[in-house]
Design a binder for this molecule. Structure first.
Ligand code: SF4
Length: 372
């Protein structure tokens, strides 16, 4: 097997080459890991990788710094942990986001299991085509990418297609068969890659709005304690310290410790006012082969300058992996220096070009509002 396949979403069976070795993406079922899985993954990150673990925007984990020679043993270990799919295609199809606020006895985990089972027999899907099971007390995943969603509505559940405001009422029993029908309809439309790009309207009797809830915040939630990780990355020792309860991964690069009210470990952010939550930064150099400068230490040093409510994005190149949308200020690395973009994404036209990292604090102070 080749370690790198361009144009595909990386996975555990299709790892991606980066500046620090292979990156292995692992998709826990329903975004949830039991304590024994957490401990084993921390050990695997140290034994077969460089000990660094990323949390991703699909509520997945990434082990970094893996060698090609380590893949067979790593795959065998993931099979024993029930964390490896039967094939790279099955892994890519199982692109399901699960609400991290599901409750004991609600339909969520059964719906995810049913969808995973149905997708095993589905045709190959376009890269990035995804699903959301957003059936806690309210739908909270609306800002995350998904083509077909099962959501909570004021009365029961709905099936909603991306690009439509309303969804079709479904039951716990009918939701998955109906979703698969709509999926086959989508595939019959031709070459579209995402539901929202279709010219035709999906065949749904879309009468109900989703019941939307507040975004997840750090601290105590209905499911347990929610903690963030600086830049969504941790050392294996931090992951090991989280093996005290089932762990729910969120698409916002945070974790929830189920049923736990207090916990701490080096490298975890519990304070919602922590300045590190106001900066986004990708792997940058040397970890990413596309990066034109290191970015995380710079973002860390600039974080105290960013006022509450603003976001500073420091990107190793114009791809903007850490924050694909616009930010109040974005610094995009170009050949070791930085371009400054205001209210745009990393690839947008810059207001200033070729800035030295040493000059950035003074430049940011003059541009962030309120003045610092
Ligand atoms: S934004 Fe560019 S440098 Fe940063 S991780 Fe993505 S590809 Fe690499």
């Amino acid at each position: 097997m080749s370690g790198q396949v361009q144009g595909w979403c990386p996975g555990a069976l299709r790892p991606m080459m980066s500046g620090d070795g292979l990156v292995l993406r692992i998709r826990p079922h329903a975004g949830r890991l039991m304590p024994d899985q957490v401990l084993a993954l921390a050990d695997l990150a140290e034994t077969h990788g460089n000990g660094l673990i990323d949390l991703g925007s699909r509520a997945h984990l990434q082990l970094r710094g893996v060698t090609e020679a380590a893949l067979p043993a790593l795959h065998q270990a993931l099979i024993s942990l029930d964390l490896l799919d039967a094939s790279a295609e099955a892994e890519a199809r199982r692109n399901i986001l699960t609400t991290p606020l599901h409750r004991d006895g609600d339909e969520t985990l059964a719906l995810v299991a049913g969808l995973e089972n149905a997708l095993r027999h589905a045709p190959v899907l376009p890269a990035k085509f995804g699903f959301a099971v957003d059936t806690g007390t309210a739908a909270i995943l609306g800002g995350a990418s998904a083509d077909l969603r099962i959501e909570r509505a004021a009365q029961g559940l709905i099936l909603r297609a991306e690009g439509m405001e309303r969804g079709e009422p479904v039951t716990a029993d009918s939701a998955i068969p109906r979703l698969i029908e709509v999926l086959h309809w989508f595939l019959a439309q031709g070459s579209a890659t995402r539901m929202a790009r279709l010219a035709a309207r999906p065949p749904l009797n879309a009468t109900e709005l989703p019941l939307t809830g507040a975004a997840l915040s750090l601290g105590m939630t209905a499911a347990g304690l929610c903690l963030a990780l600086p830049f969504g990355q941790m050392q294996a020792t931090t992951l090991r310290a989280l093996a005290i309860a089932p762990l729910r991964l969120t698409p916002w690069r945070s974790v929830i410790l189920e049923g736990i009210a207090e916990a701490s470990a080096p490298g975890l952010i519990a304070d919602p006012h922590d300045p590190l939550l106001r900066v986004a930064a990708c792997t940058g150099a040397p970890g990413c082969l596309s990066a034109e400068a290191p970015v995380r230490d710079l973002a860390r040093s600039l974080a105290p300058l960013v006022p509450a409510g603003a976001l500073l994005h420091v990107s190793g190149c114009g791809k903007g992996c850490a924050h694909p949308g616009p930010a109040r200020l974005t610094l995009t690395a170009r050949q070791g220096r930085f371009d400054l973009i205001e209210d745009g994404a990393a690839s947008a036209s810059p207001a200033l070009r070729g800035l030295s990292p040493d000059d950035l604090p003074a430049i940011l102070r003059g541009r962030l509002d309120p003045p610092l």
